[in-house]
Ligand binder design. Structure first.
Ligand code: NAD
Ligand code: ZN
Length: 243
């Protein structure tokens, strides 16, 4: 297995433009559970409900109770993992050009990463569904003591600034991701089951474009067979020796 980490080091050192593609597995080491695979937990809240737009519109209180009881406390205590900091270091060294993330926890930015493309939004930010005004999660959390689900002063319902299942991805973020993919020579997936579409199309395109595809994930992914290097270990265990 150490051979594989040496191989990864060699690929990284020889990259001119490395793009990282991160998923929930990267933040599992920061204490935020994944939906699937190793480190996934099923709490009393079901992601098929709290992460689904149809369900949110039918019963917004379900999301807001999940936010109050699970998401907010976990975002408040979460700190970036060693693997988050390795990606920051690769950016400082001029190797990494962009982190494309499916995560909605803001931990890349907290670690000091400056080039982050959030495909699924950010659950630390809230917005009014009518006037689009933005609110911090702390403010809305306090509001929940008095009002659940919470509303804006204009009367509109508040929602998290995330992409729910059933919604399309933000155009600007997608464009940024596709552009980076066209130019990169190494595409490094970290901690994603690669089953959520359309995000999982991005590594396929990178490979078709001639980039080396590396997958670091505890469990198998459907794209393992097309990758140049696959390491089934935890993100920090693999990335820490790289720098
Ligand atoms: P996923 O939950 O589908 O898969 C996570 C993968 O990470 C699994 O295959 C698992 O084997 C692997 N894994 C677990 N611990 C790991 C570790 N320490 N090191 C390396 N790999 C590890 O995650 P996904 O592919 O990102 O898709 C989930 C969707 O849910 C995304 O759209 C995302 O927006 C959302 N989500 C986000 C968060 C977050 O922001 N932290 C958490 C849960 C879900
Ligand atoms: Zn409003």
């Amino acid at each position: 297995m150490d051979d594989k980490i040496d191989r990864l080091k060699e690929i990284v050192v020889n990259s001119k433009q490395l793009v990282a593609f991160t998923g929930a597995g990267l933040s599992a080491e920061s204490g935020i559970p994944t939906y699937r695979g190793t480190n996934g937990i099923w709490s009393k809240y079901d992601p098929a409900k709290y992460a689904n737009v149809q369900y949110f519109l039918k019963d917004p209180s379900y999301y807001w109770r999940f936010f109050r009881d699970v998401r907010y406390p976990s975002l408040k205590q979460a700190q970036p993992s060693a693997a988050h900091y390795v990606l920051v270091e690769l950016e400082k060294r001029g190797i990494l050009t962009l982190v494309i993330s499916q995560n909605i926890d803001g931990l890349h930015q907290m670690a000091g990463q400056s080039k982050v493309c959030e495909l699924h939004g950010n659950s630390r930010q809230m917005k009014c569904m009518d006037c689009r005004n933005a609110f911090s999660m702390d403010k809305v959390y306090k509001q929940l003591e008095k009002e659940l689900p919470p509303h804006c002063s204009c009367g509109g319902l508040l929602r998290p600034n995330v992409v729910f299942f059933g919604e399309s991805l933000p155009q600007e973020a997608l464009m940024e991701a596709w552009e980076a993919v066209e130019e990169c020579d190494t595409f490094l997936v970290v901690g994603s089951s690669l089953v959520v579409y359309p995000a999982a199309q991005i590594p396929v395109r990178a490979k078709e474009n001639g980039a080396s595809l590396v997958i670091v994930n505890i469990d198998e992914t459907p794209l393992d067979p097309m990758a140049d290097l696959v390491i089934h270990k935890s993100a920090s265990e693999v990335l820490s020796p790289i720098v």
